[in-house]
Design a protein around this ligand. Structure first.
Ligand code: PLP
Length: 418
């Protein structure tokens, strides 16, 4: 019985890339005369027809500014924009769509929290706790805040596998810790952090937690209420939506108490030269004309993922990760960087006879797109004593054949360099 179920499951899994690939027109293309193999999904994902058509339809049929007009197009644009907010809230199980602020992406989400919540609640000699595996976007805004207010940035260490040291984390929490800001899934190591435990330990001391969800949204089921997380940043372009749109989830009480971020239209209740009063959240944090088509397309992208099924995608990616780890481990001179016991489908590696930029260039000649460099995580590279890695990051439309092509490409690198 078990065997039959496993076989059925495997067939279902094998089907997934076949099933969705046609939704992504760019994947049909050739690069340097070879069928494209796109393995740079942690940098940005490709966009399905469902998203492309939504943008096209919006500009052809509904384009107008939101929230201000009584005319039909403005109401249509507003309805679609606010529907997108409801979709984001549903996707991460926020208790209300008013807890969703549209921003440009994760970088802006973290900057918003550091500049508003941070400036209002973090002062001299206070501490901000981040981890050793943060993307620069979850380091620099906190450093800037610390410099401004005289606070101290502290770092949760990790081990050689790229796993957080939880005991060290607990001992770093103290009365001066005013926020913990942690990446949910590491973009350069693939580590899926034990965020529930991290949040519980922080909350025991009344410390709020921000999670950088850039890499998690396309691969993990995110449930902000179950996590009880205070702030969660979302990047649209990492989850099949366009660039320049993302969202910040924040608990209602935080949004109510935080001062605004940008000043301008849309975020006000009333303005006189003497005094301005602010709109209720989320409008309070959305000054100016928002990225309307982007938000609507983000809604379409998340609906697309929901339709395929988050668990089904996660299962397929687990299988790709298993297969990719196995195949890459057999490549001579290859070392995987990031071997945590819980990983997302990210394979960072070095080859002992070639620099990652050369690897990336040779692979590009074979039609294979990977990312090389420090992946905006220079402290991670410093920890491993490296200047760069080559990173293959997989998404639902990748297949085992894509991984085979990568391994063949690496054989070419070996022919040239070894
Ligand atoms: N955090 C992580 C872990 C990322 O991988 C990235 C992008 O690579 C970011 C933050 C920045 O996200 P965005 O491009 O939405 O600003």
């Amino acid at each position: 019985m078990n065997l039959v179920m496993n076989i059925d499951k495997r067939e279902l899994l094998t089907d997934l890339s076949d099933l969705v690939r046609d939704d992504f027109p760019i994947l049909r293309g050739d690069i340097r005369g070879q069928q494209l193999v796109y393995l740079d999904n942690a940098a940005t994902t490709q966009k399905p027809l469902q998203v492309l058509d939504t943008i096209d339809r919006y500009y052809r049929q509904h384009n107008a500014n939101v929230h201000r007009g009584v005319h039909t197009l403005s109401q249509e644009a507003t309805d679609q924009f606010e529907e997108a907010r409801r979709i984001v809230a549903r996707y991460i199980n926020a208790s209300s769509e008013s807890e969703i602020v549209f921003v440009r992406g994760c970088t802006e989400g973290v900057n918003l929290v550091a500049s508003t919540y941070g400036r209002a609640n973090i002062g001299k000699a206070d501490e901000v706790l981040i981890s050793a595996m943060e993307h620069h976007s979850n380091i620099v805004p906190w450093q800037m805040l610390c410099e401004t207010v005289g606070a101290r940035l502290r770092v949760i260490p990790m081990n050689e596998q790229g796993e957080l040291l939880l005991d060290e984390y607990r001992s770093l929490l103290n009365d001066r810790t005013k926020i913990v800001a942690l990446v949910h899934v590491s973009n350069s190591l693939g580590t899926v952090n034990p965020v529930k435990e991290v949040i519980e330990a922080a909350h025991e001391r009344g410390i709020p937690v921000l999670l950088d969800g850039a890499q998690a949204m396309a691969h993990e089921s995110v449930n902000v209420q179950e996590l009880d997380v205070d702030f969660y940043t979302i990047s649209g372009h990492k989850v099949f939506a366009p660039t320049g749109i993302g969202a910040l989830y924040a608990k209602k009480n935080h949004l109510e108490n935080m001062p605004p971020y940008h000043g301008g239209g849309e975020m006000i209740r009333s303005v006189t030269f003497e005094k301005t009063t602010y709109a209720e959240p989320p409008a309070k944090f959305e000054a100016g004309t928002p990225n309307i088509s982007g938000a609507i397309a983000l809604g379409a992208a998340l609906s697309y993922v929901e339709k395929i099924g988050k668990e089904r995608i996660a299962e397929w990616e687990r299988e790709l990760l298993r297969y990719g780890t196995e195949r890459l481990s057999q490549v001579e001179g290859l070392k995987l960087i990031g071997t945590a016991s819980r990983k997302a489908s990210i394979l960072s590696f070095t080859l002992d006879y070639a620099h990652s930029h050369d690897i990336g260039t040779i692979l590009d000649g074979e039609g294979i797109a990977v990312r090389t460099g420090h992946h905006c995580t220079q402290p991670v590279m410093q920890f491993f004593g490296l200047s760069a890695t080559t990173r293959a990051s997989l998404a639902l439309y990748n297949s085992k054949e894509d991984i085979d092509r990568l391994v063949e490409g690496l054989e070419k690198v070996k022919e040239i360099f070894a």
